[in-house]
Ligand binder design. Sequence first.
Ligand code: UDX
Length: 440
Amino acid sequence: MRLSVIGCGYLGAVHAASMAELGHTVVGVDVDAHKVELLSRGMAPFFEPGFEEVLRRNVDAGRLTFTTDYAAIAGAQVHFIGVGTPQLDTGAADLTYVDAAVEAMLPHLGKCADRPEIVAGKSTVPVGTAARLAESIAPTGATLVWNPEFLREGFAVKDTLDPDRMVYGLPADEDAAVSAQAVLDDVYRPILEKNKPRLVMDYATAELVKISANAFLATKISFINAMAQICDAAGADVTALAGAIGLDDRIGKRFLRAGIGFGGGCLPKDIRAFQARADELGVGRALGFLAEVDRINDAVRHSVVDTARRMLGEDLAGRRVAVLGAAFKPDSDDMRNSPSLDLAAEFAELSASVVVMDPAAGPILAARTDLPYQITESIEEALTGADLVVLGTEWKQFTTFDPARAAELVSRRNVIDGRNSLPREAWKAAGFTYAGIGRR
Ligand code: UDX
Protein backbone atom coordinates (compact mmCIF):
# COMPACT_ATOMS: atom_id res chain seq x y z
CA MET A 1 0.00 0.00 0.00
CA ARG A 2 1.07 3.62 -0.43
CA LEU A 3 1.21 5.45 2.90
CA SER A 4 2.28 8.87 4.10
CA VAL A 5 3.43 9.90 7.57
CA ILE A 6 3.26 13.55 8.60
CA GLY A 7 5.84 14.51 11.22
CA CYS A 8 9.16 12.68 11.44
CA GLY A 9 10.09 12.89 15.13
CA TYR A 10 10.42 9.86 17.44
CA LEU A 11 6.89 8.78 16.66
CA GLY A 12 6.56 9.61 12.95
CA ALA A 13 10.00 8.56 11.75
CA VAL A 14 9.81 5.23 13.56
CA HIS A 15 6.28 4.66 12.30
CA ALA A 16 7.29 5.48 8.70
CA ALA A 17 10.27 3.12 8.80
CA SER A 18 8.26 0.38 10.51
CA MET A 19 5.46 0.59 7.95
CA ALA A 20 8.05 0.32 5.15
CA GLU A 21 9.46 -2.70 6.99
CA LEU A 22 6.00 -4.30 6.67
CA GLY A 23 6.38 -3.89 2.88
CA HIS A 24 4.45 -0.67 2.28
CA THR A 25 5.70 2.25 0.19
CA VAL A 26 5.98 5.18 2.57
CA VAL A 27 6.69 8.88 2.27
CA GLY A 28 7.52 10.82 5.45
CA VAL A 29 6.89 14.56 5.51
CA ASP A 30 8.45 17.02 7.92
CA VAL A 31 8.91 20.80 7.88
CA ASP A 32 12.48 20.40 9.19
CA ALA A 33 14.69 20.22 6.07
CA HIS A 34 17.74 19.06 8.04
CA LYS A 35 15.86 16.14 9.56
CA VAL A 36 14.47 15.19 6.14
CA GLU A 37 17.97 15.31 4.68
CA LEU A 38 19.37 12.99 7.37
CA LEU A 39 16.47 10.54 7.16
CA SER A 40 16.71 10.46 3.35
CA ARG A 41 20.33 9.36 3.70
CA GLY A 42 19.29 6.61 6.10
CA MET A 43 20.67 8.42 9.15
CA ALA A 44 18.70 8.58 12.39
CA PRO A 45 18.34 12.16 13.71
CA PHE A 46 18.00 10.78 17.25
CA PHE A 47 19.33 7.87 19.28
CA GLU A 48 16.95 4.91 19.18
CA PRO A 49 18.26 1.34 19.33
CA GLY A 50 17.53 -0.65 16.15
CA PHE A 51 15.91 2.27 14.33
CA GLU A 52 18.74 3.21 11.99
CA GLU A 53 19.01 -0.34 10.63
CA VAL A 54 15.31 -0.45 9.74
CA LEU A 55 15.50 3.07 8.32
CA ARG A 56 18.51 2.37 6.13
CA ARG A 57 17.24 -1.00 4.93
CA ASN A 58 13.99 0.54 3.71
CA VAL A 59 15.51 3.72 2.27
CA ASP A 60 17.97 1.52 0.33
CA ALA A 61 15.13 -0.71 -0.88
CA GLY A 62 13.39 2.38 -2.27
CA ARG A 63 10.26 1.84 -0.17
CA LEU A 64 10.88 4.79 2.14
CA THR A 65 11.41 8.43 1.18
CA PHE A 66 11.29 11.72 3.08
CA THR A 67 10.41 15.21 1.91
CA THR A 68 9.36 18.65 3.10
CA ASP A 69 6.79 18.85 0.29
CA TYR A 70 3.23 17.97 1.31
CA ALA A 71 2.32 17.41 -2.36
CA ALA A 72 4.15 14.08 -2.07
CA ILE A 73 1.29 12.63 0.02
CA ALA A 74 -1.17 12.84 -2.89
CA GLY A 75 -2.27 9.40 -4.01
CA ALA A 76 -1.34 7.57 -0.78
CA GLN A 77 -4.23 5.63 0.73
CA VAL A 78 -3.46 6.16 4.40
CA HIS A 79 -1.93 9.31 5.89
CA PHE A 80 -0.67 9.04 9.46
CA ILE A 81 -0.36 12.18 11.59
CA GLY A 82 2.57 11.88 14.01
CA VAL A 83 3.42 15.49 14.84
CA GLY A 84 4.15 16.70 18.36
CA THR A 85 1.66 18.15 20.84
CA PRO A 86 3.92 20.04 23.25
CA GLN A 87 2.82 21.77 26.41
CA LEU A 88 1.56 25.36 26.46
CA ASP A 89 2.33 27.61 29.44
CA THR A 90 -1.18 26.93 30.68
CA GLY A 91 -0.42 23.19 30.85
CA ALA A 92 -2.80 22.46 27.96
CA ALA A 93 -1.61 20.70 24.81
CA ASP A 94 -0.49 22.93 21.96
CA LEU A 95 -2.34 21.76 18.86
CA THR A 96 -0.60 24.18 16.49
CA TYR A 97 1.37 21.42 14.74
CA VAL A 98 -1.61 19.09 14.41
CA ASP A 99 -3.78 21.84 12.97
CA ALA A 100 -1.02 23.02 10.63
CA ALA A 101 -0.45 19.45 9.42
CA VAL A 102 -4.13 18.92 8.64
CA GLU A 103 -4.35 22.31 6.91
CA ALA A 104 -1.33 21.48 4.76
CA MET A 105 -2.68 18.02 3.91
CA LEU A 106 -6.13 19.16 2.78
CA PRO A 107 -5.24 20.23 -0.81
CA HIS A 108 -3.59 16.84 -1.40
CA LEU A 109 -6.32 14.58 -0.03
CA GLY A 110 -8.97 12.96 -2.23
CA LYS A 111 -6.45 12.07 -4.93
CA CYS A 112 -6.11 8.38 -4.18
CA ALA A 113 -7.46 5.88 -6.74
CA ASP A 114 -8.13 3.32 -3.97
CA ARG A 115 -11.06 4.00 -1.68
CA PRO A 116 -11.59 4.81 1.06
CA GLU A 117 -8.70 7.17 1.73
CA ILE A 118 -7.87 7.38 5.43
CA VAL A 119 -6.26 9.97 7.66
CA ALA A 120 -5.07 8.21 10.83
CA GLY A 121 -4.18 10.38 13.82
CA LYS A 122 -1.42 8.97 16.05
CA SER A 123 -0.43 12.06 18.06
CA THR A 124 -1.55 12.35 21.69
CA VAL A 125 -4.36 14.92 21.63
CA PRO A 126 -7.00 16.28 24.01
CA VAL A 127 -10.25 14.36 23.81
CA GLY A 128 -12.55 15.96 21.24
CA THR A 129 -9.77 16.82 18.77
CA ALA A 130 -10.55 13.95 16.39
CA ALA A 131 -14.20 14.94 16.05
CA ARG A 132 -13.13 18.47 15.19
CA LEU A 133 -10.51 17.35 12.66
CA ALA A 134 -12.95 14.91 11.03
CA GLU A 135 -15.12 17.88 10.08
CA SER A 136 -12.26 19.68 8.32
CA ILE A 137 -11.27 16.54 6.46
CA ALA A 138 -14.79 15.46 5.41
CA PRO A 139 -15.03 17.69 2.27
CA THR A 140 -12.00 15.89 0.76
CA GLY A 141 -13.83 12.55 0.93
CA ALA A 142 -11.17 11.06 3.23
CA THR A 143 -12.19 9.34 6.49
CA LEU A 144 -10.54 10.13 9.84
CA VAL A 145 -9.52 7.35 12.22
CA TRP A 146 -7.86 7.87 15.63
CA ASN A 147 -5.13 5.30 16.04
CA PRO A 148 -3.04 6.23 19.11
CA GLU A 149 0.53 5.10 19.48
CA PHE A 150 1.91 3.65 22.70
CA LEU A 151 5.60 3.41 21.85
CA ARG A 152 8.27 3.86 24.46
CA GLU A 153 11.53 5.51 23.55
CA GLY A 154 14.32 2.98 23.61
CA PHE A 155 11.88 0.29 22.41
CA ALA A 156 10.22 2.31 19.66
CA VAL A 157 10.67 -0.12 16.75
CA LYS A 158 9.66 -3.13 18.81
CA ASP A 159 6.63 -1.34 20.24
CA THR A 160 5.52 -0.32 16.72
CA LEU A 161 5.96 -3.72 15.08
CA ASP A 162 5.02 -5.82 18.10
CA PRO A 163 2.58 -3.70 20.13
CA ASP A 164 0.56 -4.89 23.15
CA ARG A 165 -2.59 -3.81 21.37
CA MET A 166 -3.91 -1.73 18.48
CA VAL A 167 -6.61 0.85 19.08
CA TYR A 168 -8.86 2.15 16.28
CA GLY A 169 -11.10 5.12 17.05
CA LEU A 170 -13.67 4.99 14.25
CA PRO A 171 -16.28 7.44 12.94
CA ALA A 172 -19.89 7.18 14.13
CA ASP A 173 -21.16 6.39 10.61
CA GLU A 174 -21.26 2.61 10.51
CA ASP A 175 -20.41 2.12 6.82
CA ALA A 176 -17.52 4.55 7.03
CA ALA A 177 -16.32 2.81 10.19
CA VAL A 178 -16.42 -0.67 8.63
CA SER A 179 -14.51 0.35 5.51
CA ALA A 180 -11.95 2.42 7.43
CA GLN A 181 -11.32 -0.51 9.74
CA ALA A 182 -10.73 -2.80 6.75
CA VAL A 183 -8.12 -0.42 5.34
CA LEU A 184 -6.24 -0.15 8.64
CA ASP A 185 -6.39 -3.94 9.00
CA ASP A 186 -4.72 -4.19 5.60
CA VAL A 187 -1.98 -1.80 6.70
CA TYR A 188 -1.32 -3.71 9.92
CA ARG A 189 -2.01 -7.24 8.54
CA PRO A 190 1.40 -8.75 9.49
CA ILE A 191 1.01 -7.40 13.05
CA LEU A 192 -2.59 -8.54 13.42
CA GLU A 193 -1.58 -12.01 12.20
CA LYS A 194 0.50 -12.31 15.38
CA ASN A 195 -2.82 -12.28 17.24
CA LYS A 196 -2.37 -8.83 18.69
CA PRO A 197 -5.62 -7.51 20.16
CA ARG A 198 -7.23 -4.90 17.92
CA LEU A 199 -9.75 -2.83 19.81
CA VAL A 200 -12.38 -0.85 17.97
CA MET A 201 -14.11 2.13 19.60
CA ASP A 202 -15.26 5.70 19.03
CA TYR A 203 -12.93 8.69 18.57
CA ALA A 204 -13.26 10.06 22.09
CA THR A 205 -12.56 6.73 23.78
CA ALA A 206 -9.52 6.10 21.56
CA GLU A 207 -8.11 9.53 22.43
CA LEU A 208 -8.72 8.84 26.11
CA VAL A 209 -7.14 5.38 26.03
CA LYS A 210 -3.81 6.93 25.21
CA ILE A 211 -3.83 9.77 27.71
CA SER A 212 -5.33 7.73 30.53
CA ALA A 213 -2.70 5.00 30.00
CA ASN A 214 0.02 7.60 30.45
CA ALA A 215 -1.77 9.13 33.45
CA PHE A 216 -1.96 5.68 35.04
CA LEU A 217 1.74 4.99 34.44
CA ALA A 218 2.69 8.38 35.91
CA THR A 219 0.46 7.69 38.92
CA LYS A 220 2.07 4.31 39.46
CA ILE A 221 5.54 5.87 39.50
CA SER A 222 4.51 8.67 41.85
CA PHE A 223 2.77 6.14 44.09
CA ILE A 224 5.96 4.16 44.57
CA ASN A 225 7.94 7.38 45.03
CA ALA A 226 5.50 8.41 47.77
CA MET A 227 6.07 4.99 49.37
CA ALA A 228 9.80 5.67 49.08
CA GLN A 229 9.38 8.76 51.27
CA ILE A 230 7.51 6.70 53.85
CA CYS A 231 10.19 4.01 53.71
CA ASP A 232 12.89 6.63 54.23
CA ALA A 233 11.09 8.00 57.28
CA ALA A 234 10.36 4.56 58.71
CA GLY A 235 13.70 2.92 57.90
CA ALA A 236 12.13 0.49 55.41
CA ASP A 237 13.23 -0.53 51.90
CA VAL A 238 11.03 0.47 48.96
CA THR A 239 12.61 -1.97 46.49
CA ALA A 240 11.67 -4.91 48.72
CA LEU A 241 8.24 -3.37 49.22
CA ALA A 242 7.70 -2.92 45.45
CA GLY A 243 8.82 -6.49 44.78
CA ALA A 244 6.36 -7.82 47.33
CA ILE A 245 3.29 -5.77 46.34
CA GLY A 246 4.09 -6.29 42.65
CA LEU A 247 3.60 -10.03 42.98
CA ASP A 248 -0.09 -9.36 43.37
CA ASP A 249 -1.33 -9.62 39.76
CA ARG A 250 -3.80 -6.84 40.39
CA ILE A 251 -0.91 -4.48 41.12
CA GLY A 252 1.78 -5.82 38.81
CA LYS A 253 5.55 -5.44 39.14
CA ARG A 254 6.27 -3.00 36.34
CA PHE A 255 6.54 0.77 36.73
CA LEU A 256 7.14 0.43 40.44
CA ARG A 257 10.78 1.47 40.34
CA ALA A 258 11.25 4.24 42.85
CA GLY A 259 13.77 6.86 41.83
CA ILE A 260 14.14 10.49 40.86
CA GLY A 261 10.91 10.31 38.92
CA PHE A 262 9.48 10.33 35.43
CA GLY A 263 10.56 12.66 32.67
CA GLY A 264 10.55 12.67 28.89
CA GLY A 265 8.37 14.08 26.16
CA CYS A 266 5.19 12.29 27.22
CA LEU A 267 4.29 11.56 30.84
CA PRO A 268 4.91 15.03 32.37
CA LYS A 269 3.14 16.97 29.63
CA ASP A 270 0.37 14.44 29.20
CA ILE A 271 -0.81 14.56 32.82
CA ARG A 272 -0.94 18.37 32.66
CA ALA A 273 -2.76 18.40 29.31
CA PHE A 274 -5.22 15.82 30.64
CA GLN A 275 -5.96 17.99 33.66
CA ALA A 276 -6.36 21.08 31.44
CA ARG A 277 -8.82 19.26 29.19
CA ALA A 278 -10.79 17.91 32.16
CA ASP A 279 -11.04 21.49 33.46
CA GLU A 280 -12.43 22.59 30.10
CA LEU A 281 -14.96 19.78 30.23
CA GLY A 282 -16.03 20.93 33.72
CA VAL A 283 -14.75 17.76 35.43
CA GLY A 284 -11.37 19.01 36.58
CA ARG A 285 -11.85 17.70 40.11
CA ALA A 286 -12.00 14.14 38.82
CA LEU A 287 -8.32 14.46 37.88
CA GLY A 288 -7.26 16.54 40.87
CA PHE A 289 -4.97 13.71 41.97
CA LEU A 290 -2.78 14.28 38.90
CA ALA A 291 -1.54 17.56 40.40
CA GLU A 292 -0.39 15.50 43.36
CA VAL A 293 1.27 12.97 41.03
CA ASP A 294 3.13 15.88 39.44
CA ARG A 295 4.07 17.35 42.83
CA ILE A 296 5.46 14.05 44.13
CA ASN A 297 7.45 13.67 40.92
CA ASP A 298 8.97 17.09 41.38
CA ALA A 299 9.67 16.63 45.08
CA VAL A 300 11.58 13.39 44.67
CA ARG A 301 14.20 15.12 42.51
CA HIS A 302 14.75 17.76 45.16
CA SER A 303 15.06 15.18 47.92
CA VAL A 304 18.39 14.20 46.38
CA VAL A 305 19.80 17.62 47.28
CA ASP A 306 18.76 17.08 50.92
CA THR A 307 20.52 13.73 50.89
CA ALA A 308 23.60 15.37 49.39
CA ARG A 309 23.59 17.94 52.20
CA ARG A 310 23.45 15.20 54.80
CA MET A 311 26.49 13.62 53.17
CA LEU A 312 28.58 16.71 52.41
CA GLY A 313 27.29 19.38 54.77
CA GLU A 314 24.80 22.20 54.28
CA ASP A 315 26.96 24.28 51.96
CA LEU A 316 27.49 22.54 48.62
CA ALA A 317 29.49 25.40 47.09
CA GLY A 318 32.64 24.14 45.44
CA ARG A 319 31.78 20.47 46.06
CA ARG A 320 32.44 18.35 43.02
CA VAL A 321 29.34 16.39 42.03
CA ALA A 322 29.49 13.78 39.25
CA VAL A 323 26.03 13.31 37.71
CA LEU A 324 25.87 10.07 35.76
CA GLY A 325 23.19 10.42 33.08
CA ALA A 326 21.51 13.30 31.27
CA ALA A 327 18.85 11.55 29.17
CA PHE A 328 15.45 11.08 30.81
CA LYS A 329 15.98 7.34 30.61
CA PRO A 330 18.62 4.93 29.32
CA ASP A 331 18.88 4.01 25.61
CA SER A 332 17.70 7.46 24.62
CA ASP A 333 19.33 10.82 23.99
CA ASP A 334 16.10 12.63 24.81
CA MET A 335 16.61 15.22 27.53
CA ARG A 336 13.12 16.69 27.61
CA ASN A 337 12.04 17.01 31.25
CA SER A 338 15.03 14.97 32.32
CA PRO A 339 15.17 14.42 36.10
CA SER A 340 18.96 13.97 36.04
CA LEU A 341 19.58 17.19 34.12
CA ASP A 342 17.29 19.06 36.47
CA LEU A 343 19.37 17.76 39.33
CA ALA A 344 22.61 18.76 37.65
CA ALA A 345 21.22 22.27 37.20
CA GLU A 346 20.05 22.39 40.82
CA PHE A 347 23.47 21.39 42.14
CA ALA A 348 25.08 23.98 39.84
CA GLU A 349 22.72 26.62 41.18
CA LEU A 350 23.95 25.80 44.67
CA SER A 351 27.46 26.55 43.37
CA ALA A 352 28.60 22.94 43.35
CA SER A 353 31.10 22.08 40.65
CA VAL A 354 29.03 19.72 38.53
CA VAL A 355 30.22 17.34 35.87
CA VAL A 356 27.76 15.36 33.73
CA MET A 357 28.40 12.23 31.66
CA ASP A 358 25.88 10.54 29.35
CA PRO A 359 26.78 8.08 26.59
CA ALA A 360 24.15 9.31 24.10
CA ALA A 361 23.02 12.75 25.27
CA GLY A 362 26.53 13.87 26.30
CA PRO A 363 27.72 14.75 22.77
CA ILE A 364 24.59 16.88 22.23
CA LEU A 365 25.26 18.76 25.48
CA ALA A 366 28.95 19.11 24.68
CA ALA A 367 28.05 21.19 21.63
CA ARG A 368 26.37 23.80 23.86
CA THR A 369 28.18 26.72 25.42
CA ASP A 370 25.53 27.98 27.85
CA LEU A 371 25.56 25.18 30.44
CA PRO A 372 26.25 25.70 34.14
CA TYR A 373 27.99 22.33 34.35
CA GLN A 374 30.82 20.55 32.64
CA ILE A 375 30.33 17.61 30.25
CA THR A 376 32.78 14.73 30.09
CA GLU A 377 33.11 11.89 27.65
CA SER A 378 34.13 9.13 30.04
CA ILE A 379 32.81 7.83 33.33
CA GLU A 380 36.34 7.81 34.74
CA GLU A 381 36.81 11.49 33.94
CA ALA A 382 33.48 12.32 35.56
CA LEU A 383 34.35 10.42 38.74
CA THR A 384 37.83 11.85 39.11
CA GLY A 385 37.97 14.07 42.18
CA ALA A 386 34.22 13.81 42.88
CA ASP A 387 32.93 14.44 46.41
CA LEU A 388 29.63 12.86 45.45
CA VAL A 389 28.47 10.55 42.66
CA VAL A 390 24.79 10.77 41.65
CA LEU A 391 23.25 8.15 39.38
CA GLY A 392 20.51 9.96 37.46
CA THR A 393 19.93 7.65 34.48
CA GLU A 394 20.42 3.90 34.76
CA TRP A 395 22.57 3.32 31.66
CA LYS A 396 24.16 -0.13 31.75
CA GLN A 397 27.64 1.46 31.56
CA PHE A 398 26.92 3.07 34.93
CA THR A 399 25.18 0.23 36.71
CA THR A 400 27.96 -2.22 35.77
CA PHE A 401 30.83 0.16 36.53
CA ASP A 402 33.29 -1.34 39.00
CA PRO A 403 32.80 0.44 42.34
CA ALA A 404 36.34 -0.47 43.39
CA ARG A 405 37.63 1.52 40.40
CA ALA A 406 35.23 4.35 41.28
CA ALA A 407 36.66 4.36 44.81
CA GLU A 408 40.16 4.94 43.41
CA LEU A 409 39.02 7.91 41.34
CA VAL A 410 36.79 9.93 43.65
CA SER A 411 37.91 12.33 46.38
CA ARG A 412 35.19 11.26 48.81
CA ARG A 413 33.20 8.04 48.68
CA ASN A 414 29.59 9.16 48.57
CA VAL A 415 27.03 7.83 46.13
CA ILE A 416 23.35 8.64 45.66
CA ASP A 417 21.64 6.01 43.55
CA GLY A 418 18.80 8.04 42.05
CA ARG A 419 17.43 5.00 40.23
CA ASN A 420 18.00 2.30 42.85
CA SER A 421 19.94 0.48 40.15
CA LEU A 422 23.50 0.21 41.44
CA PRO A 423 24.66 -2.98 43.18
CA ARG A 424 24.36 -1.48 46.66
CA GLU A 425 26.42 -4.05 48.56
CA ALA A 426 29.30 -3.82 46.07
CA TRP A 427 29.41 -0.01 46.37
CA LYS A 428 29.31 -0.25 50.16
CA ALA A 429 32.03 -2.88 50.10
CA ALA A 430 34.16 -0.45 48.07
CA GLY A 431 33.86 1.99 50.97
CA PHE A 432 31.08 4.21 49.66
CA THR A 433 28.38 5.76 51.79
CA TYR A 434 25.38 4.69 49.75
CA ALA A 435 21.94 6.33 49.65
CA GLY A 436 19.17 5.13 47.37
CA ILE A 437 15.63 6.46 47.08
CA GLY A 438 13.47 4.99 49.82
CA ARG A 439 16.04 2.51 51.06
CA ARG A 440 17.91 4.27 53.77
C1 UDX B 1 5.87 6.74 27.79
C2 UDX B 1 4.87 5.55 27.80
O1 UDX B 1 5.47 4.45 28.50
C3 UDX B 1 4.53 5.16 26.39
O2 UDX B 1 3.59 4.10 26.38
C4 UDX B 1 3.95 6.37 25.70
O3 UDX B 1 3.63 6.07 24.36
C5 UDX B 1 4.92 7.53 25.74
O4 UDX B 1 5.28 7.82 27.09
P1 UDX B 1 8.47 7.03 27.38
O5 UDX B 1 8.26 8.49 27.63
O6 UDX B 1 9.33 6.60 26.25
O7 UDX B 1 7.06 6.31 27.17
O8 UDX B 1 9.14 6.45 28.70
P2 UDX B 1 8.79 5.39 29.85
O9 UDX B 1 9.54 4.15 29.63
O10 UDX B 1 7.35 5.29 30.07
O11 UDX B 1 9.47 6.13 31.10
C6 UDX B 1 9.02 7.43 31.49
C7 UDX B 1 9.79 7.91 32.67
O12 UDX B 1 9.41 7.21 33.85
C8 UDX B 1 11.32 7.78 32.58
O13 UDX B 1 11.90 8.98 33.05
C9 UDX B 1 11.62 6.62 33.51
O14 UDX B 1 12.91 6.72 34.06
C10 UDX B 1 10.55 6.78 34.56
N1 UDX B 1 10.20 5.54 35.27
C11 UDX B 1 9.67 4.49 34.59
C12 UDX B 1 10.37 5.46 36.64
O15 UDX B 1 10.83 6.41 37.28
N2 UDX B 1 10.00 4.32 37.30
C13 UDX B 1 9.46 3.25 36.65
O16 UDX B 1 9.15 2.26 37.32
C14 UDX B 1 9.31 3.34 35.26
